[in-house]
Design a protein. Structure first.
Length: 130
């Protein structure tokens, strides 16, 4: 006594489990999404490091301009903004005369282009005193 009625559905299931059609597309979708997220993360971190480095360079140039006497506390922020190469506004910079000498400080609210890393902007700061 054979139960033929149960063999047909199991044979059909066995064939669909062994089928390889579509696996390359699924693997490509998973691998490509991980690759794109990794590339975007590297680009975002590189842009963040560029902004911080440009901010550090700009405050140094503003303080150096005040040190040599070419700038005063009103024109040093403009000099720093122009020297940055990142496109900072002059309102980011403040120039004062402190006990250490001529000080230029900056505070910039940096927002990421994509929201892969952090959704909220972070504050970059830099200070130079000469």
């Amino acid at each position: 006594m054979k139960q033929l009625g149960f063999r047909i559905p199991f044979a059909a299931m066995r064939g669909s489990v062994r089928s390889q059609t579509g696996t390359a597309a699924i693997e490509m979708a998973i691998g490509l999404s991980i690759f794109v997220v990794a590339i975007l993360g590297v680009l975002e971190m590189g842009r963040l490091m560029w902004a911080q480095n440009a901010l550090n360079y700009a405050v140094q140039q503003g303080a150096r301009c005040m040190l040599v006497g070419a700038c005063d506390t009103t024109s040093a922020p403009t000099t720093a903004a122009n020297a940055s190469g990142f496109g900072f506004d002059k309102s980011v910079f403040t120039a004062t005369t402190q006990a250490c000498g001529n000080q230029v400080a900056a505070s910039y609210s940096y927002s990421f282009m994509t929201s892969l890393i952090v959704d909220t902007p972070i504050t970059l700061t830099a200070t130079a005193c000469m």
